[in-house]
Unconditional design. Structure first.
Lengths: 610, 378
């Protein structure tokens, strides 16, 4: 593993090291050496800083810096040496364990290029040979100064969890907790209990929390999931585990997650929690010779020093507990616990932490969500064709959970050039195929597909339709527009009618709250249709199949999706959702020499806004 | 500034490459093996060992298109009273004709042999005194290990070369080697065909002196010699004398003990040479420097007064540049000055071209944006 070679370092790595010449407080103890087992070049450094009285960071610390052959590209890692450094784990550092016999460094790699951390003083990481190593060294010195002066975890910075050592990434436990559920937990007195999880068919190696129970098996909280998981839930394989709640995150100062049961006990003591009695009560319930999960819960804030925003559950794998007769122990609960405590939960036994994630809606959609207004609505989508399928995809990915898709057609192969569905769905109803696909997009989506026309014929569909708050027509059919006007809707709704013009050159988005006026719709849309007729005089539109009368509108997926993407901004616009004035927004592809070079918005025929 | 890491990289570029060292080793090992296997010659061979700059770790990489000069000493049993230098050397002709046909040449004091791209210089010696034969066969004498490879060499019986440091016994022997008193060897006699007499020389004394000096200088001495040899090659390539061993000897005489860095050694050596021999140069006289182990030899006897004066002028200039480089406050200024001495092989300081590098930390703040990076999310 640690085979050290004698080859000379590549010239760029040497350049990087020369750039450290004259760095105050930094001395090179051992020049670059190739560690074949690690496939890295290793530089041994010493850094000297001035530290305040009582600091646990020594004024002189030794480091091993690992760089890749491809320097200045590739990773650069700073590890504390086993000697002349420190053994605690700090924020912005990986778990600082003692490492293996084959290395002279500990495992506590410093997190030196987290963009988030220094966002306000953001400095680009340079990738030139003479700058990159130097940049890392300066960050390391900054880190040391911050650590020595207790400044690593600054108020207002995003809260970061410590690294739980030895975490098993092969399995993922997902739960859903938000500020609402945190309040609920707080008003609950139970601090330990049982948890039920289920295994969906896909993705593999995922366990979802189904419900939390008290020790007496009283149901406390249920986790709600979208249709994708709900469909499976009742038939899916179940797992039972235990849960224990803490007032705060159990860490050893300054920021080390417990690696052993002994460290866990110590961390709990720091929170005035006596772990063993709780553990004992819990394990008594899962003593069946099988392996079980444990969930340790503690509230965490969004920002350091801020109020707690949700409960975080960290999973661990419990060892298989004693049951039945065990050599040397009587077959009783007391004996079993004694055995467990001394053999399985002894101080020096390592804890097998398991990967866990919060799949609450707010957490999973941080990368991009639509406005609250549309996300919280239940939407009726009439027409699951090119426009409808693209729009639905963007809505669900943007966080819309409740969607009812209504379409009377089946998927045909010719649709696939600009539809989101695939060959698997050919021959089956568009509405159903689309609903299945949309449910697979989000753990929280509950999309229902109904094959049928608008207005709905049966009572069930009618009831579902009535419950929708937003109605979006993507059929491009004049008849449907008239039906939207005539239908007796239950309550106030926001209506959209979205369709493209010839060649999908333009997309027309009509919006009205309250009721849908087909008169207002046609008044606004007709001038555009007239314009398009003039523009396309003499063109013959292609037909689909021999003997078919219906012209197919020629437009590619990129054209359709570009326009649908532009329209989303209108759909999520809260003002539009709430205003009763009918509006028509038209987006048009800007062409140059036959190619699309942009999209512009028009509100009046022939007139441009921006 | 001392710019230690710059000098580390510089040394790597001027010392012989591993490949070259392997090449030399192949050539001289083969010669020595062939000699020892020869039916006619082997009975008269006492020992063979490397001498010269490769043995002392003061050799720099051969120049472009040049071959390395590797010196091999062959200690024979031929009595200097029975044989003239020429007669002794003639004994090798059949061997040379057999193994190195058309690639050898008789010189005044040695036989030049071209083998495997290396210029070997074979120097035969007359018989040493009986009591020294054993010593001349020992590892300490015959080893190829140089001061760069081992740091515990002593001229004692129990010293082991690296190749022989295997097995349990070697640890004990090495301990012995550290404590034993060193031998005092006598000079060897080598031929001078032109003057038809045997001349005294003491390669082992030179080797031992170099070891000891290097130790006293914290391992920097041999590097000072290499660096200054490089300076001569790059800045004064046309000059004939002094160079090679005489130059090395001069440096050895003037380099102070206890230097802590290569930069310091280079600067102080140059300044010391000037101080000590300024007065000679003024009157165009060459000083006498006595060879180690052979005090009647003046190492500088081939250097004319004229040439010595020129040489000292060059050293004086170099000493000023070195002092400027050593005393500079910024990496940029320092590296630029060292480059004046050593040429482009010595690395440039980082920073834009033409920018002297304002920071002490060797980091030039980017004034113009050279590349925009970071702040992008995929």
């Amino acid at each position: 593993m640690g085979i050290v070679g004698n080859e000379p370092a590549p010239s760029e790595i040497k350049t990087g090291r020369r750039a450290l010449e004259g760095f105050e407080g930094l001395s090179i103890l051992d020049d670059w050496k190739w560690f074949a087992g690690w496939k890295r070049w290793r530089l041994h450094l010493r850094i000297r800083i001035s530290v305040p009285q009582g600091s646990r960071i020594p004024s002189e610390t030794e480091w091993h810096v690992l760089a890749e052959q491809e320097y200045p590209l590739g990773s650069i890692k700073f590890f504390p040496s086993k000697q002349n450094s420190f053994s605690e784990t700090y924020p912005h550092q990986l778990y600082n364990g003692p490492g293996t016999n084959e290395t002279t460094w500990r495992t506590g790699e410093l997190c030196l290029n987290t963009q988030v951390r220094k966002y306000d003083r953001y400095e680009d990481e340079p990738f030139e040979a003479e700058e990159r190593l130097l940049w890392h060294c300066r960050r390391a010195v900054e880190w040391l100064n911050d650590a020595a002066n207790d400044r690593l975890a600054k108020e207002g910075e995003p809260f970061e969890l410590p690294q739980f050592p030895g975490i098993d990434k092969g399995v993922l436990v997902a739960y859903a907790e938000d500020s609402g559920s945190l309040s609920a937990w707080r008003s609950n007195e139970d601090v330990a209990g049982l948890v039920e999880l289920f295994l969906p068919r896909a993705p593999k190696n995922l366990l979802l929390v189904k419900k939390f129970l008290s020790l007496e098996e009283r149901e406390l909280f249920k986790c709600d999931w979208g249709s994708y998981f709900e469909q499976e839930r009742d038939g899916a394989e179940l797992r039972h585990g235990i849960w224990i709640r803490m007032p705060s995150i159990p860490v050893l100062s300054p920021w080390q997650a417990p690696a052993t049961w002994g460290e866990f006990r110590e961390a709990c003591r720091g929170l005035q929690v006596n772990l063993d009695p709780l553990l004992r009560k819990c394990v008594a319930k899962v003593r069946d010779g099988r392996a079980h999960l444990g969930l340790i819960g503690f509230p965490i804030p969004e920002k350091i020093g801020g109020p707690s925003s949700n409960l975080y559950w960290q999973a661990l794998a419990l060892p298989v507990l004693a049951n039945g007769s065990v050599r040397g122990f009587r077959n009783s609960e007391g004996s079993h616990w004694q055995y467990d405590r001394s053999m399985l939960f002894s101080d020096n036994k390592a804890i097998t932490w398991v990967n866990s994630e919060n799949w609450d809606v707010g957490q999973v959609s941080t990368r991009g969500k639509l406005s609250d207004g549309i996300r919280s609505s239940s939407v009726l989508l009439i027409g699951a064709g090119a426009v409808g399928s693209a729009l639905a995809e963007l809505l669900v990915r943007g966080g819309v959970q409740r969607l009812l898709v209504l379409d009377s057609e089946d998927v045909q192969v010719g649709n696939l050039t600009r539809h989101t569905l695939t060959m698997e769905d050919v021959g089956a109803p568009k509405a159903l195929g689309l609903a299945t696909r949309l449910n697979e997009i989000s753990p929280h989506a509950t999309v229902v597909g109904v094959k049928g026309e608008f207005p709905p014929a049966d009572a069930v569909t009618k009831e579902q339709v009535d419950q929708c708050g937003v109605v979006i027509d993507c059929t491009g059919s004049d008849e449907v527009v008239r039906w939207l006007d005539r239908y007796s809707w239950e309550g106030e709704k926001t209506f959209f009618s979205i369709s493209t013009g010839v060649d999908a050159r333009r997309i027309f988005c009509f919006a009205q709250r309250g009721r849908f006026s087909s008169l207002e719709f046609f008044r606004r849309v007709r001038p555009w249709l007239q314009l398009e007729r003039v523009e396309n005089r003499g063109r013959e539109l292609p037909r689909e199949g021999i003997g078919c009368w219906n012209p197919v509108f020629p437009a590619r997926a990129d054209d359709v999706w570009l326009l649908v993407s532009s329209v989303i901004a209108v759909v999520e616009d809260l003002e539009v959702l709430m205003t009763s004035n009918p509006t028509l927004t038209v987006f048009e592809r800007v062409l140059s020499e036959g190619h699309t070079v942009g999209v512009k918005k028009s509100t009046a025929v022939g007139l441009e806004t921006e | 500034m001392e710019l230690n890491s710059y000098f580390t990289d510089f040394l790597q570029e001027i010392r012989p490459t591993d490949k070259q060292k392997e090449q030399f080793r192949a050539a001289h090992s083969e010669l020595r093996e062939n000699l020892n296997k020869d039916d006619v010659l082997s009975p008269i061979i006492v020992s063979d060992f490397l001498q010269g700059s490769y043995r002392r770790a003061t050799a720099i990489r051969p120049g472009q298109g040049c071959k390395a000069d590797v010196d091999v000493i062959l200690v024979t049993k031929l009595s200097d009273e029975e044989f003239t230098p020429d007669e002794a050397m003639q004994k090798f002709v059949p061997f040379l004709d057999e193994h190195y046909t058309d690639s050898y040449e008789f010189q005044s004091r040695s036989i030049g042999i071209e083998s495997k791209g290396v210029d070997l210089d074979l120097v035969i010696t007359a018989a040493p005194s009986e009591k020294e034969i054993g010593i001349l066969k020992s590892d300490a004498v015959t080893t190829d290990d140089s001061p760069e490879e081992v740091d515990d060499w002593r001229l004692v019986k129990s010293w082991l070369s690296r190749a022989h440091r295997v097995g349990v016994k070697s640890a004990a022997l090495l301990l012995e080697a550290a404590r034993e008193a060193e031998w005092k060897l006598s000079p060897l006699l080598i031929p001078d065909r032109d003057r038809e007499k045997w001349e005294r020389t003491h390669p082992l004394a030179q080797i031992k002196w170099t070891w000891d000096k290097n130790k006293a200088c914290g391992g920097h001495y041999v590097n000072v010699v290499k660096a200054l040899k490089w300076w001569r090659r790059v800045r004064h390539p046309e000059v004939k004398h002094p160079k090679g061993y005489p130059l090395e000897h001069l440096i050895g005489a003037c380099c102070p003990d206890g230097i802590t860095s290569l930069a310091e050694g280079v600067t102080q050596s140059l300044e010391a040479i000037v101080r000590r021999y300024e007065s000679y140069a003024k009157v165009k006289q060459t000083p006498s420097l006595w060879d180690h182990g052979v005090p009647e030899h003046n190492v500088l006897h081939r250097v004319s007064g004229e040439n010595f004066a020129i040489f000292l002028g060059q050293v004086a200039d170099a000493a000023q540049i070195a002092r400027r480089a050593l005393d500079a406050d910024t990496v940029g200024e320092s590296a630029d000055a060292w480059r004046e001495l050593f040429g482009d092989i010595f690395a440039k300081a980082p920073g834009d071209d033409g920018d002297k590098g304002s920071g002490k930390g060797g980091y030039t703040k980017r004034t113009a944006v050279t590349s925009i990076g970071g702040g992008r999310w995929g």
